[in-house]
Design a protein. Sequence first.
Length: 339
Amino acid sequence: MSKNAALDRWMVTVEPHLDPLRAVVADLTGLTGVPVDLPTALFLRAHLAGLPPPGRTSAGGSCHLLETADGWAAVNLARPDDHTSLPALLALLGAPDADLPAAARRTSAAELARSAQLLGIAAAALGSACGGRAPVRAERHGEPQPRDLEGLRVVDLSALWAGPLCARLLGQAGARVVKVESTTRPDGARFGHPGFYHWLHDGHDSLVLDFTSGAPADVVADADVVIEASRPRALRRLGVRAEEFLAARPGRVWVGITGYGRADDRIAFGDDAAVAGGLTGRDAHGDPVFLGDALGDPVTGLYAAHAVARSLDRGGGELLCVSMAACTAALADTPVRPC
């Protein structure tokens, strides 16, 4: 099967939800001149990795849609530590001798998600983020100065997919992108399909730094645009403060990508963020199934790139707070349950 045919097969499942995203992409292209191929942006990773279509388990295999006493919730066991925490999660749910699906059926979706998040496991009740906030909130902390992307220095402190996709699109618009990683914590996407990692970062400079040395603050000091996906307090410990960065020079832009907003410490990955936003399909029985491959990631990356281009057009000086769950909720025009 050709690449285009394979991508088109994935696209069929999400087609009913794409009108809001197409409007975002069209405006991004109008502002930057960069064409965006949606099938590639959304499904290249799945195609390259040969991932199967998802059901109640995500395409990548780590996230699980679980029936609860009052609905559905997603629990994402994306990291080794998440599996190690499973006994503690079952204990919190009052079912230490049960498996996770059985324990989930005995509790509410909200309680399952809350208990998992207490242990640092990404989890969400289905549709819990619907109608909660806009995909992007802009806060002005600096003086405006309209500029084009051409030649601007973009420092990408993010990892995995959403932030790097944003950086890729800004680079295609003429920005100079610097990918920054920690010496002790490389980007987890490096351990996936190499072709996908190359697609995200092709043409970008790369810096690997000791994050305990103050080096991140030095790199950020020369930037025009910063992309990050960390808790604000983690960056402050490194001497990096978005508000100070924006106030120091007119026209700068800061993009903070989080699961639920910068004031919310809950973590999220693409699949559980999509469930939080209500962006799921239905099986033959009307029960929810995952759509696509970690849809919250590429959808958020596209919203973030558009937000940067729009901010620069009005002069910058803004902190752009991008919520993965809210981005997916904007596409979930037919939620499985009322929001």
